[in-house]
Each structure stands twice: as C-alpha cells, then as structure tokens.
Design a protein around this ligand. Structure first.
Ligand code: E4P
Length: 218
C-alpha cells in the first residue's frame, strides 16, 4: 500500500520524505487555506514546490463545479507538472470531467466519495484514484472502513483499474485496516504515520538491550 501525505505544509512533506516512506501528496482547498496560500498564481506555485520535494503523485483540486470550468482548470493544473493528478469532486459535472480527462490521458482523483455507488461511477468514468473519506463517515456514526471493503470487492469483481485512495484517515488503526482490506493508497497527516512506530514493548525492549550492553561494557 502506498502512503500519501494529506497536507500542503512543505515542512511536513519534507519530514515525511525524510522518513523514506512517502509515495505522494494530496491537498485540498481547506489545506491550502490553512497554510495561508491564496490566489491562483500562489496556489499553483505552491503545487510546483510540492512537486519538487516529492517524487510521487500530487493531487491538485479544482474549484470549479461546472463541466467547462473543471476542464479548463484541470488542464491548467495538469500542465503545471507531470506529477499533478487533477482532483475532481464527485458531482454530475465532475463525473463527466473524469471521462473527459481519462480520454485525454490526464490522471484524476475523484474526491468527496462517501458511498460505493459513487465509487462505482468514478471507476466507470475512468478515474485514476477514488478518495473515500473514512474519518468523515466515522464522524457521522458510519463505519468508514466498511466502505473501503465494499469498494475493494466491487473493483475486484470487474477488474477496474481505479486505485482506492483511502482518505480522511485520523489514526494508525485506520491505516492498518485499510492495508488489511487492500486499499491501494492511504492518505493522512504525518501524525498517524508516525504513530505506527509506537509500541511500549519496543521501548521496554530497547531500554533493556541498551542497559545490558552498558552493564557488560563497564
Ligand atoms: C483527501 O484527499 C482529503 O484531503 C482529506 O483526506 C480529508 O480529510 P479530513 O476529513 O481530515 O479533512
């Protein structure tokens, strides 16, 4: 399973790269705003900076919600860098745009997916990635990881190429569950990735090894 980082923060992206486990980046308009990046030119320059830091795919989200607007914006974003994947919302004109981009060889990430029916449509329209938001489903008392399992089964039934990009991941067990189910990618902030490191027996075991070594050495 690939690890993407879900942030527009360059330091955090650099830190994840440094760890050696990063395969790509996802962003969204809220994450851009959080970093204080505003205005089309600044936002596009920021995407280019991200592409210079990471080696993998970088999702850049369109703001338009009508077909022509999505197409224009998506083509401009895709032209910024070969690593850019155009992020398109799961709406009617978005689905039409997914098909258009797919026919043109422009890679896409269909975002704001909350049901297996939406994921089926995205795959039919030729999306490169589909992003089911599992944390936001958990927030409304619905088991988010079950959606990942349903989509996995549907995509496997029909051998769809669309990759399942599990999004809105909040904690390390979300990542582990997604890996168990067979999501192709998990995207999340750095913290849940770093939390995968933690186990008290590792800390206790390391302390014992080091103290035994110190004793034997003295
Ligand atoms: C995915 O591409 C989204 O940017 C993201 O995972 C949403 O996460 P959130 O629900 O924590 O905002």
């Amino acid at each position: 399973m690939k690890f993407f980082i879900d942030t527009a923060n360059l330091e955090e992206i650099g830190e994840a790269m440094d760890l050696g486990v990063l395969d790509g980046v996802t962003t969204n308009p809220s994450l851009m705003a959080k970093e204080g990046i505003t205005g089309t030119e600044n936002i596009r320059a920021h995407y280019q900076k991200i592409c210079e830091i990471v080696e993998g795919d970088v999702s850049a989200e369109v703001i338009s919600t009508d077909f022509q607007g999505i197409i224009k914006e998506g083509e401009e974003l895709a032209a910024l860098h070969e690593q850019i994947v155009v992020k398109v919302p799961m709406i009617r004109d978005g689905v039409k745009a997914l098909r258009y981009f797919s026919d043109k060889g422009i890679r896409t990430n269909c975002t704001l997916v909350f049901s297996s029916g939406q994921a089926l449509l995205a795959a039919k329209a030729g999306a490169t990635y589909v992003s089911p938001f599992i944390g936001r489903l958990d927030d409304v008392s619905t088991e988010g990881v079950e959606l990942i399992a349903d989509i996995r089964q549907i995509y496997d039934n029909f051998l769809f190429d669309t990759q399942i990009l599990a999004a809105s991941i909040r904690h390390p067990m979300h990542i582990v569950e997604c890996a168990r189910i067979g999501a192709d990618v998990a995207t999340c902030p750095l913290k849940p990735i770093l939390s995968l490191l933690n186990h008290p027996l590792t800390d206790i075991g390391l302390e014992k090894f080091l103290s035994d070594h110190r004793k034997a050495d003295s």
